[in-house]
Ligand binder design. Sequence first.
Ligand SMILES: [Zn+2]
Length: 233
Amino acid sequence: MSLQKMLEYQKIDSKIYRLEKEYNELEEKKEFNKYQGYYKEKAKSVIIGQKEFENIVEKLNGLLVKAKELNVNKFDLSIESNNAFENEEDFDNYEKKLKKYQTELNAINETSNELQKKLSDLSQSNKQILNKLRQSQELASKFFGVIQQKKKKMQEQAKPEILKRDAIKAEIDEDIFKIYEERRNHHIFPVFMPYNEPNCGACGIDVKAEISEKFNSQTFVECPHCRRLLYKI
Ligand SMILES: [Zn+2]
């Protein structure tokens, strides 16, 4: 009978399932995911930092252009071009120009200092981020190595059981097997459980009213609460 073979299959498969579960729940996997996530997060900050950096450099270049323009106009302030103050008004104008020049120069200096300070802060924080990035990358790869080793070990342990299990696969009804695989993939395991009338053998809920009639036409019936497939002993 196919269900019998299915149960036999499940019994061997449960050993494999346990090994897979142990592997999937490895602490190292959680650690690996943590550091990998951290790495991705920090990598984003580096990109943001890079954009900020470019932004500041662009502003500094703008200042440089302004400073050059100011320098060109400086000629107007030289004594040579202002040596003939015809009257007091001329002198007033000269003074105004000089003041304007100084104000603009001061503003450029001030902004330039601010930007350079920002650049230096940014470079400092980028250094820290890159450091953390490197640390999380190292940790992630360390855990990855451990995971790979444990995976290999798990596969070695599971191999003889897989061979045993797969040897009887051909004797199982395809439709039943499909249902089994679908539930197993969703971690509803063991898939087949005995029906301890009136209770589900897996979740323990009294399901008699819901399923007992179905047993008249089916060998196994799904528990409406835990989705396991119940069979009568
Ligand atoms: Zn149940």
